[in-house]
Write a protein that binds this ligand. Structure first.
Ligand SMILES: [Zn+2]
Length: 118
């Protein structure tokens, strides 16, 4: 497996369908490293990249940023998803997409800020 940063592997971001798409944004990976350092807990990537096939099969217009390799749905070990979203919103008030899911936090590196609850 190929490490792309201190705590993440390319494999962590691969499309779940097995197509091999794992071309994740470097900016996003460094953002996730900052999350890791802030909470001092492992950050699990539930979904990173996804291809158009996987996206269609799993019902999402919402996944645009995942299609671009610019988004991750993450879970920080022992930390509530809302606390992760609170941290991100405070740390990056003027950029990025931050979505609050029940069991994960969506973060993407789009230039203009967008906030929502999934
Ligand atoms: Zn795929």
């Amino acid at each position: 497996m190929k490490a792309i940063s201190q705590h993440f592997y390319r494999h962590d971001f691969a499309c779940p369908c097995g197509c091999g798409f794992a071309d994740i944004s470097k900016e996003l990976v460094s953002l996730l490293e900052r999350v890791y350092q802030y909470f001092e807990r492992p950050v699990y990537v539930q979904l990173g990249c996804c291809c158009t096939y996987y996206n269609k099969a799993h019902g999402g217009e919402y996944a645009t940023q995942h299609l671009l390799g610019a988004a991750a749905d993450i879970l920080v070990n022992t930390i509530a998803p809302d606390a992760v979203a609170d941290y991100l919103e405070n740390a990056y008030p003027k950029e990025y997409g931050i979505g609050r899911g029940e069991s994960y936090t969506h973060i993407d590196v789009r230039p203009l800020p967008k906030r929502w609850r999934e």
